[in-house]
Design a protein around this ligand. Structure first.
Ligand code: HEM
Length: 505
């Protein structure tokens, strides 16, 4: 082919593509998009905002552009919602339309592109998974079945801390011991398994590999891979590590738990006298052909993070707030001593009789909203919100932290003041009965784990406060509460050392 002909063909191609774009622009429906910062071609607002898209940045943009705003982050449309009315639309009124999840390149790896439950699209698969998980995990019957174990685990924490003289003098990183407790609480339900000590080799392994997953997943720096896909090659090494960690974790769950539980002859097998655990329920669903082995492993993967890490972070924040607000701690201790009598250890049933304990937990989850923008919602099809058109497959972030800390709705929101939940906000519950306070979300995709998290937090914090005076370490007047915000979670940056002075009982 001569050069002139090639040139003519290329020119014709270019003209055809340009015409096609122009015609589609003219013919195409004009969308009424939510307001937002000016988007540059290709990059959108990524150049101004960068990768660290978090609840603080979204709250700042909301002040400028309003309660429904659009950030064009490269090819991804991010819609931020910051008012009760619009949160209600997304989570309740249009809960089906906005009930899918927006994943990202890393969570695609962790969840096998939505073969799990938490990051899957709204539809039959999600409904089935949620039903299968609900029976063994998320009912009041389960709470009544396991509450004694949770009480015993909290008692073991108290005993271990009392035995350790350093706890009362230099202090200890309490998080480490609480971590073992929370693993035991959840693993008992999931696998009918608990670990003896922090040194248990299997505990060390699961803790490490879950920790790796958490670090890789929470990192905000990989966001550009979703915003500007042509830059993905720069993440090749990162994604390779994500794949390796996922493989390691799924193999660990399979080899150390799932295969054991499958063996009929095994002492841990599902056909013997050991109590039926959640994994047995999942395996039964597998035998009925409702789900496959990959689905089971991904449910286990989900629970290792959603159930365990959130609860540990909540405990860590609560302990820090109790130390930094000693008058709250004293008042809580006085409530427990008065209602139960000195030395009578808090049980799950007692937590319902202790309104100030409940208020301390609620206030912790308000000020320190653990999942500040909920998990990302997504509309599969084009939708309407607040009079705007929301393009299909937008990442919809409901800024629950902003709602819970908005001075328009809360008196002096920056203060840690549990009394608010006994006074002006006494009707506001953690279950989302008022959209300004949704630490567990509300509606179809809300957190089913609230039924476990609230009693576990109550028993643990109650027992800690009634048995110890919680103090900052020597030479420090406060615990450092600098935030560490990740993809989905707001954690405390430093795992602080805490002094626990035993009270005489
Ligand atoms: C989802 C918060 C503990 C299991 C969520 C969501 C939030 C949340 C905000 C997303 C809601 C939405 O996107 O609309 C919390 C907090 C916890 C906690 C603050 C502790 C303090 C737990 C526990 C479990 C659990 C203990 C399990 C035992 C789940 C599951 C989902 C979820 C399975 C996904 C629901 C779905 O997509 O259908 N959680 N959670 N969470 N949480 Fe929790």
């Amino acid at each position: 082919m001569d050069l002139l002909l090639l040139q003519k063909i290329l020119l014709a191609l270019f003209a055809a593509v340009t015409m096609a774009i122009l015609v589609s622009k003219i013919r195409g429906k004009r969308l009424k998009l939510p307001p937002g910062p000016f988007p540059f071609p290709i990059f959108g607002s990524w150049l101004q905002i960068g990768n660290n898209l978090d609840h603080h940045i979204l709250a700042d943009y909301a002040k400028k552009y309003g309660d429904v705003l659009l950030l064009k982050m490269g090819q991804l449309n991010v819609v931020a919602v910051s008012s009760k009315e619009h949160a209600k639309e997304v989570l309740l009124t249009q809960g089906v339309e906005f009930g899918s999840r927006s994943r990202n390149i890393v969570f695609d790896i962790f969840t096998g592109k939505g073969q799990d439950m938490i990051f899957t699209e709204y539809g039959d698969h999600w409904r089935k998974m949620r039903r299968i998980v609900t029976v063994p995990f998320f009912t009041n019957k389960v709470v009544q079945q396991y509450r004694r174990e949770w009480e015993a685990e909290a008692a073991a924490v108290v005993e271990d801390v009392r035995k350790n003289p350093i706890a009362a003098t230099e202090g200890i990183v309490l998080r480490r011991r609480l971590q073992l407790m929370v693993y035991n609480n959840i693993y008992k339900i999931m696998f009918d398994k608990t670990f003896e000590s922090e040194e248990d080799p299997l505990f060390v392994k699961v803790k490490e590999t879950n920790g790796d997953r958490s670090k890789l997943g929470q990192n905000l720096k990989y966001n550009f891979g979703d915003f500007i896909p042509i830059l993905r090659p720069f993440l090749r090494g990162y994604l390779k590590i994500c794949k390796e960690v996922t493989k390691r974790r799924l193999n660990l769950y399979k080899n150390s738990f799932l295969d054991n539980r499958k063996k009929p002859s095994s002492t841990e097998g599902m056909n013997n006298n050991s109590s039926k655990c959640a994994l047995d329920h999942f395996l039964e669903a597998g035998l009925k052909g409702e789900i496959n082995e990959a689905n089971i492993l991904y449910i286990v993967e989900n629970m290792n993070i959603a159930a365990i890490e959130t609860t540990i972070w909540a405990l860590e924040w609560a302990v820090a707030e109790l130390i930094n607000n000693p008058e709250v701690q004293t008042k809580l201790r006085a409530e427990i001593d008065t209602v139960l009598g000195p030395g009578v250890q808090v049980t799950e049933a007692d937590t319902h009789k202790l309104p100030y304990l409940q208020a301390v937990i609620k206030e912790t989850l308000r000020l320190r909203t653990i999942v500040p923008c909920l998990l990302p919602h997504m509309n599969l099809n084009e939708a309407k919100l607040g009079g705007y058109d929301i393009p299909a497959q937008s990442r919809v972030l409901v800024n629950a932290w902003r709602l819970a800390n908005d001075p328009a709705h809360w008196k002096r929101p920056e203060e840690f003041r549990p009394e608010r939940f006994m006074e002006e906000e006494s009707k506001v519950e953690a279950n989302g009965n008022d959209l300004k306070y949704i630490p567990f979300g509300v509606g179809r995709r809300s957190c089913p784990g609230i039924v476990i998290a609230m009693p576990v937090l109550g028993i643990t914090l109650g027992r800690l406060v009634q048995n110890f005076e919680l103090l900052p370490p020597p030479g420090q007047s406060k615990i450092d509460t600098t935030e560490n915000t990740g993809q989905f979670a707001m954690r405390i940056l430093k795992h602080s050392t805490v002094v626990l002075k035993p009270r005489s009982t």
